[in-house]
Design a binder for this molecule. Structure first.
Ligand SMILES: [Zn+2]
Ligand SMILES: [Zn+2]
Length: 341
């Protein structure tokens, strides 16, 4: 089968790979769409701490496709089913797993990180990780289930109540999802801070009450103009020290500051503890997607969450290395790989 194999930093080869072995509990998926994620970029760049990868490995953890074959013990799925996967497989037996925090599993298997994933024509996945797509959901939308599930976990930690005021920093795919999820959670007003004009445009279309250019505009003045005078939640979706500091600055009294954007492992920020004390801020972060995959699927299938406007292009495996290596291309929006292209 055709696949994109990661051999180490900046080394990705599209080549013939043997077909995955289908174990008794495995479902063999013919991949139709596989999203390129920030984690893939970190791995490609050789960043430590991004994920445990032992090359050679086929990356790609955000994918959907059609069941091609099932192992002899699989009963829930059959050939032809349209599915997506939760890439993070928990053991169920270690201490975190037995205490309701399985995303800290000591024996976690990650499809597309620790084992082969979806940047290939086929991937074999344990049936426990397989989810059926709703009938309104396309394969591209299905590939967005995992990032949406990650956002939902973050949203759950934000404690947004109906009528709240929310500021989202960063209008990339995650920021645009968070913006919509804030609305769905009942926020009365949502502001988007984003320097790129066409992303602010998409933000507007997706329901932002105000979209602000944080480089050329006075953020506090623009927020006040829009009636946003007590920010209850700031969701930082960039992962830079300066934008995290800005999130703390903008947050109102008793606010939650959600640090959703991933910084490099050794990055530090400069914070005035007095500011946190004075406003009784809660600084939070969100790690992967525990128990939110089904909700993400249902939400996408309901049509109430737009997961298509932020997709820039669907392309073939041959373009993967170029996209992983180019921040300029990735600034256009979300890329999805279709191995059949
Ligand atoms: Zn991802
Ligand atoms: Zn475990």
């Amino acid at each position: 089968m055709k696949s994109a194999v990661f051999y180490g930093k900046h080394e990705l080869r599209v080549e013939e790979h043997e077909m995955p072995k289908v174990g008794p509990k495995d479902v063999l998926i013919r991949v139709k769409a596989c999203g390129i994620c920030g984690t893939d970029v970190h791995i490609y760049e050789g960043d430590k701490g991004a994920a445990e990868v032992n090359p050679p490995t086929i990356l790609g953890h955000e994918f959907s496709g059609v069941v091609a074959e099932v192992g002899e013990e699989v009963t829930a799925y059959k050939a032809g089913d349209r599915v997506c996967i939760d890439p993070n497989c928990y053991c169920g037996a270690c201490e975190p797993c037995r205490n309701g925090v399985a995303h800290y599993c000591e024996h976690m298997i990650g499809y597309g990180t620790t084992v082969n994933g979806g940047f290939a024509e086929y991937c074999a996945v344990n049936e426990r990780q397989v989810y059926r797509l709703g009938e309104n959901t396309s394969f591209e939308q299905g590939a967005m289930t995992e990032p949406v599930a990650c956002c939902l976990h973050g949203m759950d930690l934000c404690n947004i109540h109906p009528g709240h005021q929310v500021v989202v920093i960063g209008g990339g795919m995650i920021g645009l999802l968070m913006l919509q999820l804030s609305k769905l959670a009942g926020a009365a007003k949502v502001a988007l801070l984003e320097p790129v004009e066409n992303k602010r445009e998409v933000g507007k279309q997706l329901g932002a009450d105000v979209c602000i250019d944080p480089i050329h505009e006075d953020v506090k003045a623009r927020l006040a103009e829009a009636g946003i005078t007590w920010v209850n939640t700031v969701i930082e979706c960039v992962g830079r020290p300066s934008t995290i500091e800005q999130a703390i600055e903008i947050a109102g009294n008793k606010a939650v500051v959600m640090m959703f954007g991933l910084t490099k492992p050794d990055e530090t920020i400069s914070v005035k503890p007095f500011q946190i004390f004075q406003k009784e801020l809660e600084l939070k972060a969100s790690y992967i997607n525990p128990y939110t995959q089904k909700r993400a699927l249902d939400l996408i299938d309901s049509g109430r969450l737009d997961v298509s406007s932020m997709v820039y292009e669907v392309c073939g495996l041959d373009k993967l290395a170029e996209i992983l290596g180019s921040p300029k291309l990735r600034a256009n929006g979300k890329y999805i790989i279709s191995p059949e292209k």
